[in-house]
Design a protein around this ligand. Structure first.
Ligand code: IMP
Ligand code: MG
Length: 181
């Protein structure tokens, strides 16, 4: 398999990911029936989860993106969350669902959710593919979670190390030898 030597353990196969997208899409479809919903994807990690999830959501929704600063060629989270790309749409009076690849310390999602509430959203809910629940440093949890994983650095299916590995179709634990050199 591609990058086989850099990945030491598979966390979720393509089939696992597909099943998670179906389950989350169905749940969101039921929970938001008849509501005005804006999906906000957090770039770059939200792709391809964002597209695969949206295909499973049977609602008339609007779609927009934000970009927040996070890891920069390191496997450690930075403390400050900066907005590098803001929304184009107005979310005033609308239900917002924020989508990201993973929740780790919770700093990114907590900060983004507060910004979206300040912008006048009727409600702000988050949906992540992966949840490193044991790494949380903030009092914030995502409502919709694909899979709870251990506190290990993972890549693939949108998740990167130094912008590499985003194109892996599965999610795996990155071998220490890649970042320890
Ligand atoms: P948080 O603010 O600590 O919750 O971090 C969230 C962001 O950190 C995510 O959007 C990811 O971009 C990045 N991140 C956290 N854990 C991992 C990982 O294991 N692999 C790749 N990126 C990660
Ligand atoms: Mg990210």
């Amino acid at each position: 398999m591609l990058f086989d030597n850099d990945i030491k353990e598979i966390i979720a196969t393509e089939e696992d990911i597909d099943a998670m997208c179906k389950r989350l899409g169905k749940q969101i479809t039921e929970d938001f029936k008849g509501k005005e919903v804006v999906f906000v994807g957090l770039l770059n990690g939200c792709n391809p989860f964002f597209s695969d999830l949206l295909k499973r959501v049977e609602l008339k929704v609007q779609v927009d993106y934000m970009r927040a600063s996070s890891y920069h060629g390191t496997i450690k989270s930075s403390n400050e969350v900066k907005i590098l790309k803001d929304l184009d749409l107005s979310i005033k009076g609308k239900h917002v669902i924020v989508v990201d690849d993973i929740i780790d310390t919770g700093k990114t999602l907590k900060a983004i959710v507060n910004i979206l509430k300040y912008k006048g959203a009727l409600s702000v809910t988050s949906c992540v593919l992966l949840d490193k629940a044991s790494a949380r440093e903030e009092d914030y949890d995502a409502k919709y979670v694909g899979l709870v994983i251990p506190n290990k650095f993972v890549v693939g299916y949108g998740l990167d190390f130094n912008e590499y590995y985003r194109n892996l179709p599965y999610i795996g634990v990155l071998s220490e030898k890649v970042y320890e050199g």
